[in-house]
Ligand binder design. Structure first.
Ligand code: SF4
Ligand code: SF4
Length: 264
């Protein structure tokens, strides 16, 4: 979402400190909310469509553009800037600021911190992913001149990033495991399934509840009840479904009787 030239080379950890505050009194207020790339996560879309009182289909249609990732070929949703001069974020109201602030995407919450992941091997030789952080210092951003003190950890809590990251954790894991050069591209069916389970929660809900999903997959009754009642639980079932169809993990078990029927 930011200019890569603004990325500071020092790698930071949760204890790293900095001074920052963004508020309506800074001379740059709202300057960072236009002409930017904001890749959306599943939990961003859930919160935003709920906030706006619209379906996931309507949200996707109205507020996103879709681009395929060059390594994984995953279709990712990005927030669509308006056609107005300066390409403003659709949720920006000048001079007041963000109109959906309590439900803003996780990228907006992180700013001015960037986050990356290093792939490493642990002592047993198993591949692990280690998170690191970095500062994004864009020349127009005056927030760094403000006196409020943070560590990355306190910033993440204050901005509700910890919640967003925990909600998106399994989805991000899928991205990391598939984000490798020379991956075979997803076929059309898997591409559509990836998109539905990642972003189109209302469609995925119909796919699960109005189909034979629970006749095919062995999902405990409590979990069936939870996904029928909670969008968050349905989203997490979507991540399990993705890991299963992408062949990453046996996160879902196919029922015996379904396997037998298939053999007959
Ligand atoms: S440029 Fe920095 S200080 Fe200014 S509004 Fe954006 S985040 Fe806040
Ligand atoms: S969602 Fe809000 S904080 Fe994020 S770019 Fe748009 S107006 Fe700015």
């Amino acid at each position: 979402m930011f200019n890569m030239k603004a990325v500071q080379p020092t790698q930071l950890n949760l204890e790293s400190g900095f001074k920052f505050k963004c508020h309506p009194g800074v001379s740059c207020f709202t300057r960072c909310c236009s002409n930017i790339d904001i890749m959306l996560t599943p939990y961003d879309v859930l919160r935003l469509k709920r906030r706006l009182g619209i379906s996931s289909e309507e949200f996707i249609e109205k507020y996103t553009i879709i681009r395929a990732d060059k390594n994984s070929s995953h279709p990712y949703a990005y927030l669509k800037m308006t056609d107005a001069e300066g390409k403003l974020c659709p949720f920006l109201k000048v001079p007041d600021g963000c109109t959906i602030y309590a439900d803003r995407p996780v990228s907006c919450r992180y700013y001015p911190i960037g986050q990356g992941t290093l792939k490493k091997r642990d002592d047993a030789g198993k591949i692990i992913h280690e998170e690191f952080y970095f500062f994004v210092k864009e020349p127009h951003c005056k927030g760094y001149d403000e006196p409020d003190e943070w560590t990355i950890a306190t910033w993440k809590d204050d901005q509700e990033i910890t919640l967003y990251d925990s909600m998106n954790r399994d989805w991000k894991e899928i991205l990391m495991r598939r984000n490798l050069p020379n991956q075979p591209a997803l076929d059309e069916k898997k591409r559509l399934q990836f998109f539905m389970a990642s972003y189109d929660l209302d469609k995925f809900r119909r796919f699960v509840l109005d189909s034979r999903f629970f006749d095919i997959f062995d999902v405990p009754e409590e979990q069936q009840k939870a996904v029928a009642e909670s969008e968050e639980a349905m989203m997490k079932l979507g991540f399990k479904y993705l890991k299963f169809i992408l062949g990453l993990e046996q996160t879902l078990a196919v029922k015996e009787q379904h396997l037998k029927k298939k053999k007959e």
